[in-house]
Design a protein around this ligand. Structure first.
Ligand code: GDD
Ligand code: MN
Length: 375
């Protein structure tokens, strides 16, 4: 499988640039030194930098295997990288910053790692031997926090030490036919979540201080990063589902109250008997609405039987009722606040329980729908 990779396998290294006129020539020379025994092209994607980066890169292309793509109507690191991937000719693709914070001397080791079997190789600050030069304590905390958040939220980032690295290589197949979102700020996360990588390796490197030019990434990137994470996690989809579940729950309260009144007042049933019938009816109407609306997309394949789903929902709801009453009693008796307030807390607790267990059990997602790290 890997034997088709030889030193003559074409490698495309993407370099996104914005105002890197002082760095681009040094980068190109250092990349060339490092890759002297390989066949490669360097694809500079410049967003028409006012400092003339494109022009300098173009003049370098007479002496080095450099191609320059100058975008005039677009700005952004991630979309520049996606554009570079599209235009690249190589079977192996890579990304490196232009400002020399990513030392080009690491590239041969990255390349060898892909050639000997890895689908994705990440130059990593967080494996043994890696690190960041001259970072303040606060920058370290922000970096580690962002990393932890990605690892908690995305299973594909979980086993990875540096999922936010901007310096990595991959086999072209990993992203063949995959729509990478150009608005995503951390393009490696896109690759890890949406791509088809099985084997992911990390090679240590030291993130150097920038010596020339200024960083383009501002505090707005923090917000963009959070949005990106939300989208990748499908958290938005989760919020909508929860809202639907809540609305169905409210409709159940109306059914419950209405029936309790109707059965007691009109049919003259004992009110506790009416209540039991009313509760069960509300559970059934809730089930039907959730089944055809809230969890419509989750009725197959693990949850095929309608009766099975209905019984599970019933059981979960009875558990919820128990939780509601337990909280109602505890908060009223122990904390000593009004039972009407305690009941609201009880309803909230029961709703959380119902939603969680129904999501994980009654209408559980099919096992393969979530991308798993390393598969
Ligand atoms: N084409 C294009 N368009 N390139 C851009 C743009 C843009 O709008 N903004 C930044 N770049 C280029 C820069 O010229 C540089 O080559 C690279 O993208 C990284 O930009 P920096 O401004 O140097 O970013 P940084 O040093 O703060 O962040 C880097 O380190 C992070 C790790 O802490 C990036 O590599 C991040 O991806 C990485 O996560
Ligand atoms: Mn930088």
């Amino acid at each position: 499988m890997n034997s088709r990779y030889t030193p003559s396998t074409e490698f495309s290294l993407i370099v996104p640039t914005y105002c890197e006129s002082q760095n681009i020539a040094i980068l190109v020379e250092r990349v060339h030194q490092s890759l002297s025994s390989y066949s490669y092209e360097l694809v500079v994607v410049d967003d028409n930098s006012p400092d003339g980066t494109s022009e300098i890169a173009n003049s370098l292309s007479q002496q080095y295997p450099v191609r320059v793509i100058t975008r005039r109507n677009e700005r952004g690191l991630a979309s520049a990288v996606v554009e570079g991937f599209k235009q690249a000719r190589g079977e192996i693709l890579g990304v490196i910053d232009a400002d020399l914070q990513h030392p080009p001397e690491v590239i041969p080791e990255l390349l060898e790692t892909v050639m000997s079997g890895a689908d994705v190789v990440i130059a990593s600050r967080y494996v043994e031997g890696g690190g960041s030069e001259g970072w303040s304590a606060s920058r370290k905390i922000i970096s580690k926090g962002s990393k932890l958040l990605a690892q908690v939220l995305l299973s594909s980032a979980r086993g990875i030490k540096d999922p936010l690295s901007g310096f990595f290589l991959l086999r072209r197949e990993v992203i063949d036919g995959v729509e990478l979102s150009p608005t995503g700020y951390k393009i490696l996360l896109e690759v890890l979540v949406k791509g088809k990588a099985r084997e992911i390796a990390e090679v240590p490197y030291i993130f150097r201080v920038r010596e020339r030019g200024t960083s383009n990434l501002t505090s707005g990137e923090g917000i963009r990063y959070l949005k990106h994470l939300t989208r990748l996690t499908g958290l938005q989809e989760g919020a909508i589902r929860f809202l639907k579940f809540g609305l169905v729950g409210l409709s159940g309260v109306l059914v419950n109250e209405g029936l309790l009144w109707l059965l007691t007042e009109n049919l003259g049933l004992y009110y506790l008997l009416s209540a039991a019938i009313a509760v069960e009816t509300a559970i059934i109407t809730n089930f039907i609405l959730n089944d055809i609306w809230t969890f419509r997309d989750r009725r197959t394949p693990g949850n095929r039987s309608l009766l099975g789903r209905g019984l599970k929902f019933n059981l979960v709801s009875l558990g919820g009722l128990g939780i509601n009453i337990a909280i109602l009693w505890t908060v009223t008796e122990v904390v000593g606040i009004s039972y009407l307030i305690s009941n609201l807390i009880g309803i909230a607790g029961a709703t959380l329980w119902n939603y969680t267990i129904n999501t994980l059990w009654t209408w559980r997602a099919k096992p393969s729908s979530e991308p798993i790290s390393g598969s």
